[in-house]
Write a protein that binds this ligand. Structure first.
Ligand code: AP5
Length: 232
């Protein structure tokens, strides 16, 4: 009974997930599925920062200089913002999904020090040339926030013309900046993972979206199952 119905109960497990991977490997795309399927709160530090930039807050004005050059923003701008969000009641009640954080050994250390520990770390893997291709074709619809790809994930046919008239490319999605972003990702990865030994599940991100989603779901279902077993 428990096993056959754990997918139903999965929505009531306050799952804590970190998703890591190179820029544009498809983290945000998979997060859309994860938050719907498991009811967790999606915390994308990239989105939080882009919102701060748009609203021209103090954090946003400083962050923009780094983001526009493909660089990581200083930890001082991000740590308190993430900590406050994770401590809020919706994350406590529903669990959380960290997308884009931790991005450095110092950010991972901060999590461990504050006992902010995930149930699982999903590492999406893809060769650099794949992420470069995904980045160059990524477009965002400013009206809905939906993310598309000119080839791999075009808008639905009935709204395609309308969306294509208004979609935009992110200012850090240029070939020059992606090189910087990739270099930083590779330089920081091991320093992050060393803090989460035994929690990492690696998944091939250079497959079709549905295949990646199936693997992500399999990994998260396993974690939900083990949490449910521990609580009975
Ligand atoms: P952030 O927004 O986190 O950028 P990122 O990690 O570079 O990741 P992306 O959002 O670019 O990509 P994604 O993996 O979500 O891919 P997506 O699903 O869109 O950060 C931006 C900046 O903010 C950083 O550079 C930094 O300056 C700053 N920042 C953020 N967090 C920080 C932190 N903690 N510390 C310091 N600085 C921080 O997919 C990409 C494209 O591929 C889309 O077009 C999609 O349609 C397509 N696609 C997705 N999956 C597939 C598939 N399986 N097959 C084919 N196409 C696919």
């Amino acid at each position: 009974m428990l096993i056959s119905s754990f997918i139903f109960y999965a929505h009531f497990v306050a799952l804590k997930v970190i998703i890591i991977g190179p820029p544009a490997v498809g983290k945000g795309t998979q997060c859309e599925h994860i938050k719907q399927h498991y009811g967790v709160v999606h915390l994308s530090t990239g989105e939080m920062l882009r919102q701060a930039v748009q609203e021209q807050t103090e954090i946003g004005i400083t962050a923009r200089k780094y983001m526009d050059n493909g660089l990581l923003v200083p930890d001082s701008l991000i740590l308190d913002m993430v900590n406050a969000r994770i401590m809020s009641s919706d994350c406590k009640d529903n669990g959380w999904l960290l997308d884009g954080f931790p991005r450095s050994a110092a950010q991972a250390e901060f999590m461990v020090k504050h006992n902010i520990l995930p149930d699982i770390v999903i590492l999406l893997l893809a060769p650099d040339e794949v992420v470069v291709e995904r980045i160059s074709g990524r477009r965002t619809d400013p009206a809905t926030g939906n993310v598309y790809h000119v080839t791999y994930q075009p808008p639905p046919i009935d709204i395609a013309e309308e969306v294509k008239k208004r979609w935009v490319q992110r200012s850090d999605d240029t070939e020059e900046k992606i090189k910087v972003r990739l270099a930083q990702y590779h330089a920081n990865l091991q320093g992050i993972l060393q803090h989460f030994k035994g929690m990492k599940v690696s998944i091939k991100g250079d497959e079709a979206k549905e295949i990646v989603t199936a693997e992500v779901t399999r990994a998260l279902d396993e974690v939900c199952k083990s949490i449910l077993y521990q609580t009975v």
